[in-house]
Structures are given as structure tokens and as C-alpha cells.
Write a protein that binds this ligand. Structure first.
Ligand code: MG
Ligand code: MG
Ligand code: MG
Length: 305
């Protein structure tokens, strides 16, 4: 029986490419693994898959009775609903310790680096397995995406080193230029509904019994959102109500200015204000230097809740 490897709900490039790269490594090591995904892929991931000649991994949302490896998450709120009926053989991740539990010992590769694919690159090195050219190119793109082309505070020396080595294998001379190309694709927000935009990179967290959803859109120029704030708030209100969420936050991150406009809909605005020591105006605030949800947003919310 095959083992499935997949990333979080509303998959990003790291989740999709991590499923491919870890499956390839496991298959080389003699384990029969299949990459899968829990949801639709985003435009950036579609661009990367197309560029390196890969198809979307299979869509699979139920894993009862299956053996699985998790990549790029370990939160119950980002898992398939029947995750408790699956056997988790291992986790490769770069997030905070989550709330999943297992019945049996498992393999854990968890490190505070900028991308799961950096860890998977290190696993290839550890097992002395060669990475095929196109897979290396994709892994490099995943790292450029997660680290916002090395600008995110989550980026470490290990990430830049991994990109360098992967670029060499993939024969890509200018990784940063390709990264910029990816972020320009990512910045196209005009061809999606506002609801799709809020949910494009959206994660739910359980904070002190409250469901808090935090979305993020990373663009090269924040002005693309100038005339759509009201509609974004409408979509956020809808998502807040249907999921019985305490708060829905949306980070509009400008990767050139290196900061984020935070949009907030909350049952308690004061909690959000306290978390970041700010005052909201029209349910918004500019957060200079804030680019990472994982490192600069979630920990402060967790503390407050
Ligand atoms: Mg991710
Ligand atoms: Mg990641
Ligand atoms: Mg991200």
C-alpha cells in the first residue's frame, strides 16, 4: 500500500513541491510514496509546475486508514478532517510545534528555517541521494517563495545555501530574477474573486478556544488593492461568519516596501490592537517590516489570546 505525502489545506508552493520532493526522496529510499494535495493550487504554484514540467499532484482530502507523511504543517486546523484515522509516519516542517498527536513513534524533521524544502534538501544530502534537475528547480522556487526572495525574517543562511546549491543543479543562473517573475505572477489579483483572494493563502489557528483565520497576499506593489478594500472586507465578513471565527485577519504584504497592511474583522478589535501595540483606523493598520505571518504575526496573537 502506498503512503501519501501532502502539505496543509489551501496549499502553497512549499506544500505542493514538498510533497513532490519528499515523495521522490522516499521512493529512492525504497518507500512507495505518492504526492497529493488537500486543495486547489494557487497561480504561483501553477507557474512553477508548468515551468518545470510537472502536473498537479492528485487531490485527496480524506486519509482514513492510510499511511501519511506531512510536509509544511503540523496543526490539526490545517489537516484533513479524518487525520486521526490515518497513521502519521513522519513530519517535515518549519512551523511552531502543532497540536497533532500520534499513537506510534514517528520521523520528525523540524527546523526553524525559511522553508520545508530547505529541510528536504538537507535530507537528500543526509541520505546522499541526487536531486533531478527539474525537481531541484522547483525546490529552489519553493524556498524563494517562502523566504520572499530572502527578504523574510524567517530566511536563514541554510535557505540561501540551499538555493545556491539547487540553482546549480537546475542550471539557473539568476535565482532572484526567477523569484521576481514568480512574485509578479503572484501579484496578479485582478483575475480572482475577492473571496478567492482572502482564501488564497489562508490559515486557521485555535487560540485559547477561539478560531482565528489569517490570510496573506504578497505582492510587488500594494496599490493593486487600492480600489478593492471594501470588497475584501465583505469577503472577510462572509468567511468569518460561515466559519464561526472570532477574527479574520488579512495581511497585504508589499515585498518591495517590506511591510504589511493589516485588515481586521474581529469580535474584539482591542485584542488585535493589544497584540501588535497599535491602533486600528477603519479596521486597518500599516505594519512596517512585517512580512512573516509565522514569525511576526501568529506569536503575538497567541500571546494575547
Ligand atoms: Mg506553507
Ligand atoms: Mg513553508
Ligand atoms: Mg508563505
Amino acid at each position: 500500500m502506498s503512503t501519501y505525502i501532502f502539505g496543509h489545506t489551501t496549499p502553497d508552493s512549499d506544500s505542493i513541491i514538498g510533497a513532490y520532493s519528499l515523495s521522490y526522496l522516499k521512493n529512492q529510499l525504497g518507500e512507495d510514496c505518492i504526492p497529493s494535495r488537500q486543495g486547489e493550487i494557487n497561480p504561483e504554484t501553477a507557474f512553477i509546475l508548468e515551468k518545470f514540467g510537472f502536473k498537479k499532484p492528485i487531490l485527496k482530502t480524506s486519509y482514513a486508514g492510510e499511511k501519511v507523511y506531512l510536509v509544511d504543517f503540523m496543526e490539526r486546523s490545517q489537516s484533513p478532517k479524518d487525520i486521526d484515522e490515518a497513521t502519521i509516519l513522519g513530519i517535515v516542517d518549519h512551523h511552531k510545534l502543532g497540536d497533532l498527536k500520534t499513537d506510534a513513534p514517528l520521523e520528525m524533521w523540524v527546523r526553524p528555517v525559511g522553508c520545508s524544502n530547505t529541510i528536504i534538501k538537507q535530507m537528500f544530502d543526509y541520505y546522499n541521494v541526487e536531486i533531478p534537475k527539474d525537481l531541484a528547480g522547483m525546490m529552489m522556487c519553493a524556498i524563494l517563495s517562502d523566504t520572499v526572495i530572502f527578504k523574510s525574517p524567517t530566511c536563514t543562511k541554510e535557505d540561501t545555501k540551499a538555493v545556491k546549491e539547487l540553482a546549480k543543479i537546475a542550471q539557473i543562473d539568476d535565482p532572484k530574477a526567477l523569484g521576481m517573475e514568480m512574485f509578479i505572477v503572484k501579484s496578479d489579483v485582478l483575475n480572482s474573486t475577492k473571496r478567492e483572494l482572502v482564501l488564497r493563502d489562508f490559515k486557521d489557528f485555535n487560540m485559547g478556544g477561539n478560531k482565528i483565520g489569517v490570510g496573506q497576499l504578497e505582492v510587488v506593489d500594494l496599490s493593486v488593492f487600492d480600489n478593492m478594500k471594501d470588497e475584501l472586507f465583505e469577503a472577510m465578513a462572509e468567511i468569518k461568519a460561515e466559519g464561526e471565527r472570532h477574527s479574520v485577519l488579512l495581511l497585504l504584504t508589499d515585498i518591495m516596501q517590506e511591510g504589511s497592511q493589516l485588515l481586521v474583522l474581529s469580535d474584539e478589535n482591542s485584542k488585535i490592537e493589544n497584540a501588535f501595540d497599535i491602533k486600528l483606523q477603519n479596521n486597518q493598520v500599516w505594519l512596517p517590516k512585517v512580512m512573516s505571518r509565522k514569525k511576526q504575526v501568529i506569536p503575538f496573537l497567541e500571546k494575547e489570546f
